[in-house]
Design a protein around this ligand. Structure first.
Ligand SMILES: Nc1ncnc2c1ncn2[C@@H]1O[C@H](COP(=O)(O)OP(=O)(O)O)[C@@H](O)[C@H]1O
Ligand SMILES: [Mg+2]
Length: 225
């Protein structure tokens, strides 16, 4: 599904050059559950943003289903992103002023057509993550773990093939983390491709494959089962 070839990333911010990724090569197969593990501050979010087409590599190639994404226009990229990729972030990134249900429907506001069955699908997803009785709550009336479950439902509303998660349990206690990881297991069982970046080995061990990064390069790849 995904292939990175020699991906490098250097930030140029306020006249300062920060090299972060020094040449990343790996493949992710359709349906695989992959964890990318690296210590904090070493480029996990940078890499995930590139995988999610929210940012571009400075050098190298990104192939998504054999299509070279570096050749797409920004419009084509955002259409492809909206259709194919769902995101879950460490800090949930929900809108505080609207309900849980409206948060889940948010990605559809950018879609060209707003399917009639979207509301039904949102309710079904909220049921799946165990929040069927809280759809009219505002996010701040929910625990962190519950907010993250809303974020997962939102990430799935467009039925993406790829789910990307950036330290999804980084701000949660161990019980809530376990609930989130169980939901990921279930999503994976239903056939979705998942990529999680994390610095925690026990989170990474839930995946089928762990890609460990060191100094902005791939250090090792291992199968967990
Ligand atoms: N927009 C940016 N401009 C400049 N430097 C950045 C930017 N985003 C991230 N960095 C730097 O890139 C490095 C890696 O950051 P990040 O990808 O967020 O790491 P991680 O997610 O592993 O903690 C850090 O040194 C960070 O300061
Ligand atoms: Mg990060």
């Amino acid at each position: 599904m995904i292939e990175l070839r020699g991906v490098k990333k250097t930030y140029y911010t306020e006249g300062k050059e920060t090299p972060v990724l020094f040449g990343i090569d790996f493949k992710i197969e359709e349906g695989d559950y992959t964890a990318i593990m690296a210590p904090s501050g070493t480029g996990k979010s940078t890499l995930l943003n590139i995988l999610g087409t929210l940012d571009k590599p400075t050098e190298g190639k990104y192939l998504f289903r054999n299509r070279d994404l570096t050749e797409l226009s920004d419009d084509e990229l955002s259409r492809m992103r909206n259709k194919s990729i769902g995101f879950v972030f460490q800090l949930f990134n929900l809108l505080g002023r609207v309900s849980v249900l409206e948060n889940v429907l948010l990605p559809l506001l950018y879609a060209e057509t707003y399917p009639k069955e979207a509301r039904e699908r949102a309710l079904r997803l909220l049921d799946m993550v165990g929040l069927g009785d809280r759809v009219h709550f505002k996010p701040n009336a929910l625990s962190g773990g519950q907010q993250q479950r809303v974020a997962i439902a939102r990430a799935l509303i467009n039925e993406p093939d790829l789910l990307l998660a950036d330290e999804p349990t980084g701000n949660l206690d161990s019980m809530s983390s376990e609930e989130i990881l169980q939901i990921f297991d279930e999503i994976h069982r239903k056939g979705r491709t998942i990529v999680v970046v994390t610095h925690e080995r026990d989170v990474a061990l839930r995946a089928d494959k762990i890609i460990t990064m060191k100094d902005g390069r791939v250090f090792s790849e291992e199968r967990t089962r």
